[in-house]
Design a binder for this molecule. Structure first.
Ligand code: HEM
Length: 250
């Protein structure tokens, strides 16, 4: 197959990526202003999203397209469970619930899995490649902002199968090769790129839904000050690896 899906996904979603980075939630995050309540709410929503995504990927793991990007070593659900127990205590399951935006995201994942499972590729790409990229920088920000002990409260960002920056980088290359080898025609490739943009918008909706939590945690004034500036996008350059631009990010 010669559809260059990896680079087309990167290029075709860079505007969406910039918008995600420019959400109020992420701007505060990048300024190092992270508070426990909004952060654990994000993890709660992601727990429902990844539970849905990973269940559907596993159900469709023999699908001709899905099987090529089926890497269970990326699974986040168990690590999110550890983080939720850290932030909410052992009865975390009774204490968490998704926001309406989180519920829509979950419903959408199940819907496409039932109608066109190949589109799960777009959702896996947006979440996992993001976690392996910007997510690695976000981890250091959370650690210092919340003064966390090592490996507590940031398990979500840790990939046991890829313990070093070099291992992550190598795997990202493997993931992009897998995207380029997908048995999809031009029509499906185009649909996957559109679906990835939709996945970004679902993520933005979740982040927007948590803005009241951020405002309540940091106060209206600081919130207004931080969110008035706009940030250039990390994937706006065309190279396949712009991680050098952010000292802490790979
Ligand atoms: C403040 C927040 C964020 C920062 C600082 C950030 C930063 C970055 C950076 C530096 C890269 C490039 C890494 C590389 O070239 O290897 C990247 C890639 C990526 N990010 Fe983000 N990101 C953020 C938020 C998000 C969000 C919210 C999502 C989606 C939910 C996301 C999804 C992605 C994806 C899919 C890629 C891979 C692009 C590609 O090479 O195909 N990012 N991010």
């Amino acid at each position: 197959m010669n559809h260059d899906l990896a680079i087309r996904l990167r290029e075709g979603t860079k505007h969406s990526h910039t918008m995600a980075e420019n959400t109020a939630y992420m701007k505060c995050f990048l300024k190092g202003v992270v508070k426990t309540q909004p952060f654990r709410k994000l993890l709660s929503n992601l727990y429902f999203v990844y539970s849905a995504l990973e269940a559907e990927l596993s159900i469709h793991c023999h699908h001709a397209v899905v099987s090529k990007i089926y890497f269970p070593q990326l699974n986040r659900k168990a690590h999110l469970e550890e983080d939720l127990a850290y932030y909410y205590g052992n009865n975390w399951r009774e204490l968490i619930a998704p926001s309406e935006a989180g519920r829509n995201y979950v419903a959408h994942i199940h819907e496409i899995a039932n109608t066109e499972p190949a589109l799960l590729v777009a959702h896996a790409y947006v979440r996992y490649l993001g976690d392996l990229s910007g997510g690695q920088g976000l981890k250091s920000i959370v650690c210092s902002a919340l003064e966390l002990p090592a490996h507590s409260g940031t398990r979500f960002y840790e990939f046991d199968a890829f313990p070093s920056i070099a291992a992550i980088r190598e795997f990202k290359g493997q993931y992009r090769d897998a995207l380029n080898s997908l048995p999809v025609d031009e029509e499906l490739a185009t649909k996957i790129i559109a679906e990835a943009n939709y996945a970004f918008s679902l993520n933005r909706d979740v982040l927007h839904s948590l803005e009241p939590e951020v405002k309540a945690a940091i106060g209206e004034n600081l919130f207004a000050e931080i969110t008035s500036e706009s940030k250039p996008g990390s994937t706006e350059n065309s190279s396949g690896d712009s991680s050098e631009n952010l000292a802490t990010v790979d």
